[in-house]
Ligand binder design. Structure first.
Ligand code: F6P
Length: 474
């Protein structure tokens, strides 16, 4: 039997309590896949230890098997904090200005990819299918091929792929992209990121591209690049909304904002999310519409992330300063117009907060997809839905075209969008919401996974010829 082996940096180990919502839609969908296909989910345990064992630790809970390895401090520093999150992450989010390239971290990234390949390769049977996730593992497929694996291997990039001119600023970009072409299927969140990838292959590698099918042919072998927009686990999220926890959260938010209109933002504390720019937009709204700071409150939830990376420490400071300044300027003795909360919340609580907020403000400067936008839509009351304000630079803007789309760099555009949302008639809110809701309800994370796995199964895997070398047949 062909098993499915999922590989990603973080692994969601199923909790004893079960309950999909606690771990997010993606985790739930991948759990279902590996359970149904009798496979396992392999990755980093999240633990840093001096001398990590090379044997993965297997665990099975709720029918889902996970296999994890620990990493050494130097590995975490160079691979995770370094090349993945200080080089690739900013560059792939179009922030060349924040991209820190160091030869040591690039080497650490390669070394950890090799470690992953060495640990997982012996666990893979000839008929297994592999699905590798995200920018942490761009070269992993090539490392596995070098170990003689001829299995079907798919890769999905959860973040944007940058335009060619930006990627050219990365030393050894060509070597990196050539390794990505060792996957059988390469998935992107949006057409834009896929087209950027195809453009690079055409311009820099002189690969033959079939724009219609996404087939890329180079040096006699082919791979497919396609777009698979990820969604939420709609049914599970809706079920979270029926819980007492969700109702309490909604009530808490409504009673604490009293008669004011709540605007909600929920983001990891990351510079790609456009948080200082969002606060500038809200401040511009308060300035442009005098008295509005008494009528409207922004609740910004921003749990800290990647705290060992300098740019993340800086964004936190910037945001704290900016929130403090706005509140200093617009607060009154009995009200504070910006509530900035630095901690995470459960899916049920978020459902309640989204439902209580008349505006969802989702303004990343660049985002692979953005599932907060989709969750906000899913949590609305169909009789009186709120308005989603969405950055045109989020992958989600390709599907949620009925949101109020904004340029997140422009405080005036954000201010104007808030004004538009507040003035929008109930009829128009309903019309827009119905269409967005249809998309969120049907383009779920389960659909995304099924589409990707179907296409991966349809690729022709690399074949071994007798006991000899590897040959591609397409
Ligand atoms: O969206 C990319 C991503 O790496 C996700 O895979 C992950 O859940 C999220 O960002 C948080 O990042 P990290 O795993 O570095 O905390």
């Amino acid at each position: 039997m062909s098993r499915l082996i999922v590989i990603s940096n973080r692994v969601a180990v199923p909790t004893a309590a079960g309950g999909k919502g606690a771990q997010g839609g993606l985790a739930g969908a991948l759990h279902s896949l590996v359970r149904e296909q009798d496979g396992f989910w392999f990755g980093w345990s999240g633990e840093t230890v001096e001398n990590p064992a090379t044997e993965p630790r297997f665990q099975t809970a709720g029918g889902v098997t996970t296999a994890t390895i620990d990493l050494a401090p130097q590995d975490v520093e160079e691979y995770y904090n370094g090349y993945a999150n200080a080089t690739l992450w900013p560059l792939f989010h179009y922030r060349v200005d924040l991209t820190d390239y160091r030869r040591e971290t690039a080497k650490g990234y390669e070394r950890v990819n090799e470690t992953f390949a060495a640990c997982v390769a012996p666990l893979i049977g000839p008929d297994d299918t592999l699905w590798v996730h995200d920018y942490h593992f761009l070269p992993l497929g090539a490392r596995l091929r070098a170990r003689g694996l001829s299995n079907r291997i798919g890769f999905f990039l959860h973040i944007p792929w940058p335009p060619t001119d930006l990627l050219l600023s990365l030393p050894y970009h060509e070597r990196l992209v050539r390794t990505v072409l060792q996957y059988d299927l390469i998935g992107f969140q949006s057409e834009e990121w896929r087209d950027n990838f195809l453009d690079y292959c055409r311009r820099e590698l002189s690969a033959a591209i079939n724009g219609g099918t996404g087939q890329i042919t180079l040096d006699g072998h082919s791979t497919i690049a396609r777009c698979y927009p990820i969604g939420i686990d709609y049914d599970d999220f809706a079920a979270q909304g029926q819980t007492g926890e969700a109702r309490q959260a909604q009530q808490r938010m409504l009673s604490s904002t009293r008669r004011r209109t709540a605007i909600i933002g929920v983001d990891r504390l990351d510079y790609s999310k456009g948080l200082p720019e969002r606060l500038d937009g809200v401040a511009r709204f308060f300035e442009t519409y005098p008295g509005s700071s008494r009528e409207v409150v922004l609740v910004q939830i921003a749990p800290p992330s990647r705290e060992d990376v300098k740019t993340y420490q800086q964004i936190r400071e910037t945001l704290e300063g900016r929130a403090g300044r706005i509140n200093g300027e617009f607060s009154e003795i009995d009200l504070v117009p910006v509530r900035y909360v630095n901690k995470g919340h459960s899916a049920a609580e978020l459902f309640g907060f989204y439902r209580a907020a008349k505006i969802g403000l989702v303004t990343p400067l660049r985002d692979g997809m953005n599932l907060v936008a989709k969750e906000y839509v899913a949590a609305q009351d169909r009789d009186d839905p709120g308005v989603l304000i969405l950055s045109r630079f989020a992958g989600a803007a390709q599907q949620l075209t009925d949101a109020v789309l904004v340029n997140p760099h422009s405080p005036d555009a954000i201010s104007h969008a808030i004004h538009t949302a507040l003035k929008m008639s109930l009829d128009e809110r309903r019309r827009r919401w119905e269409r967005m809701h249809d998309s969120v309800r049907t383009q779920t994370v389960q659909q995304w996974a099924a589409d990707f796995c179907r296409d991966l199964a349809a690729t022709t895997p690399m074949r071994t010829e007798g006991r000899g070398g590897l040959l591609r047949h397409r």
